[in-house]
Design a protein around this ligand. Structure first.
Ligand SMILES: Nc1ncnc2c1ncn2[C@@H]1O[C@H](COP(=O)(O)OP(=O)(O)OP(=O)(O)O)[C@@H](O)[C@H]1O
Length: 324
């Protein structure tokens, strides 16, 4: 399954909520859809889930258009909204049974499908509870179960990790891992990066309705690291994420100049007294020769560590935090 979002535009009055957004992801990807409050995530997701129409642009699921074939798309997409089910008089099993019926599942097939989904989402023990009486984590699992009833190839989740405790978040993460391992393409939105950074293998980052960056984590890192197209135009090492080192040493300025003599060293910043941050081109193999230049020069090094840029740092780097 390949999902292609193409030039989506959606305005509400004077507000251009989604302004020419294009990105793509595919089976096996877990992509974070990230942007500050009001960035246009829910608007985009609702269009992707056929609940709203774009002013222009389209979304294609293996070539099937949301604008022209919404009914067909609904069979391919599992959508989990940001509001959770909250009915006082409906039990968990009834809720899921209702959606299974509406997707045309009948008889033994429906019973088997629902039993499998209840087991997968660990709902067996609470299937006779009323929805309104469930905890947030339980409701989240019911909502996920509902989105999976028709075995969609794509799962789109609006703020699934919001308000979950660390344990529930871990559970969500392992369920998503299994689902992506089964070949589903997954997109989940959040404005809180730390919620997503250990779940996702890629991200789509938007702000004020505009796309800032999209791709797998390594593609994003490559775009954002110094020396890449997005980091320092014209520098070498374009397309490679590179390595960042944190170095503790006594003679920072001397060490900085020595490091810069090495061809793999792109930039060195003195972070604070006694601490350097060095950006290297290439992969881990360049670390020993670069550190070797300091040792060979007899410069005292107290310690060093390889620092990998996480999604959070990347997000801070890419966005400016502005909202409309
Ligand atoms: N139905 C609507 N009518 C008017 N304006 C709307 C409507 N839906 C969204 N907007 C506006 O469009 C912009 C994008 O909103 P959207 O809900 O898509 O952002 P979001 O990224 O999902 O934000 P959040 O993280 O706060 O949920 C906002 O300025 C919002 O006020």
């Amino acid at each position: 399954m390949e999902i292609k979002v193409r030039n989506l535009v959606r305005s509400f009055g004077m507000t251009r909520a989604v302004d020419d957004i294009s990105f793509e992801f595919a089976a096996g990807n877990v992509f974070g859809f990230i942007g500050p409050n009001g960035a246009g995530k829910t608007t985009t997701i609702r269009i992707m889930a056929t609940l709203d129409l774009p002013d222009s642009g389209d979304v294609f699921y293996d070539g099937v258009s949301v604008v022209n074939y919404p009914e067909e798309v609904r069979r391919l997409v599992g959508y989990m909204p940001d509001s959770l089910p909250d009915f006082r008089d409906i039990q968990v099993w009834e809720y899921l049974d209702f959606f299974a019926r509406s997707f045309g599942l009948r008889g033994a097939q429906r019973t088997r499908t629902l039993a499998d989904i209840e087991e997968f989402t660990n709902l067996g023990g609470i299937r006779r509870k009323y929805l309104a009486g469930l905890s947030k984590g339980m409701k989240q699992r019911v909502s996920l179960a509902r989105a999976l009833v028709h075995n969609p190839g794509v799962l789109i989740m609006d703020e699934p990790a919001a308000g979950l405790d660390p344990r529930a978040r871990l559970e969500l993460r392992s369920l998503l891992k299994i689902l992506s391992g089964q070949g589903k393409a997954i997109l989940l939105s959040s404005h809180i990066l730390s919620e997503l950074q250990d779940i996702c293998d890629g991200a789509v980052i938007i702000e004020k309705g505009r796309l800032l960056s999209a791709g797998t984590l390594s593609q994003l890192l490559a775009q954002a690291s110094p020396g890449s197209a997005a980091g320092a135009p014209g520098a070498e090492g374009e397309g490679k994420p590179g390595v960042t080192l944190l170095i503790e040493c006594a003679k920072c300025e001397e060490a900085r100049l020595k490091l810069l003599e090495h061809p793999a060293v792109r930039e060195v910043i003195i972070r604070e007294e006694g601490k350097l941050q060095a950006f290297l081109e290439g992969d881990d193999e360049v670390v020993p020769p670069v550190m070797g230049t300091l040792f060979a020069a007899g410069l005292p090094v107290m310690g060093f560590a390889r620092k990998s840029m996480g999604l959070e740092e990347l997000f801070m780097k890419i966005t400016t935090g502005e909202v409309q």
